[in-house]
Design a protein around this ligand. Structure first.
Ligand SMILES: Cc1cc2nc3c(=O)[nH]c(=O)nc-3n(C[C@H](O)[C@H](O)[C@H](O)COP(=O)(O)O)c2cc1C
Length: 176
């Protein structure tokens, strides 16, 4: 199984740790994986030209052009984003907008998992999960799992054995 994980946190914190943990476990089960940190990529905003509606391609020449084929080749995609104001981060929203060109052809019927981390409560995180569910409905992708974790400071999850156990169990349920 080929897995690609997309991290939408602007810092090296809980989301990145969680994604790395999932990928390490998945590799133990024989999967191959790659982690893409959106904050390290040059990704322009969707400019709304809608030329992709006829060409099926995005005309903006930036790092998304390297990510599109990876999504296409993946058996499973993992989107990970902190919850910011009951939604995904701007980094992740911008990334999702840039999938407009691709979804009909490439993303349709693809399986993905969504991970979110937030400091408040599950009510806040569930709104983020709902937002991503709506995205999936529109692009006709299948959300095959979601995980919401409560954490505030960058190392909160890394220092919490209960949360690590939860991540490992989630991964086993997904891939094991
Ligand atoms: C601008 C901003 C908005 C936030 N909004 C929320 C929120 O609505 N709900 C919540 O639970 N946490 C919120 N948080 C807290 C982050 O989700 C939390 O610190 C999380 O651990 C960050 O994940 P990371 O370590 O992967 O970057 C917000 C943080 C920032 C910086």
């Amino acid at each position: 199984m080929n897995i690609i994980a997309i991290c939408g946190s602007p810092r090296e914190g809980n989301t990145e740790f969680t994604l790395k943990r999932i990928l390490t476990k998945a590799e133990e089960f024989g999967a191959s994986s790659e982690l893409v940190l959106l904050r390290e990529k040059r990704i322009e905003f969707c400019d709304g030209c809608l030329s992709c509606s006829s060409t099926g391609k995005c005309k903006i020449r930036d790092d998304m052009q390297l990510i599109y084929p990876k999504l296409e080749e993946a058996d499973l995609i993992i989107f990970g984003s902190p919850t910011y104001f009951d939604c995904v981060t701007g980094l992740m929203k911008n990334f999702l907008d840039r999938l407009h060109s691709n979804y009909k052809k490439v993303l349709k019927d693809k399986k993905f998992v969504f991970i979110t981390v937030g400091q408040a409560d599950m009510e806040s995180l569930n709104k983020t999960i709902k937002y991503v569910e709506n995205f999936a409905d529109i692009v006709k992708m299948f959300m095959v799992g979601d995980l919401g974790l409560i954490a505030k400071n960058p190392q909160d999850i890394e220092n919490d054995p209960d949360k690590i156990k939860k991540i490992d169990e989630f991964t086993e349920g997904l891939i094991g």
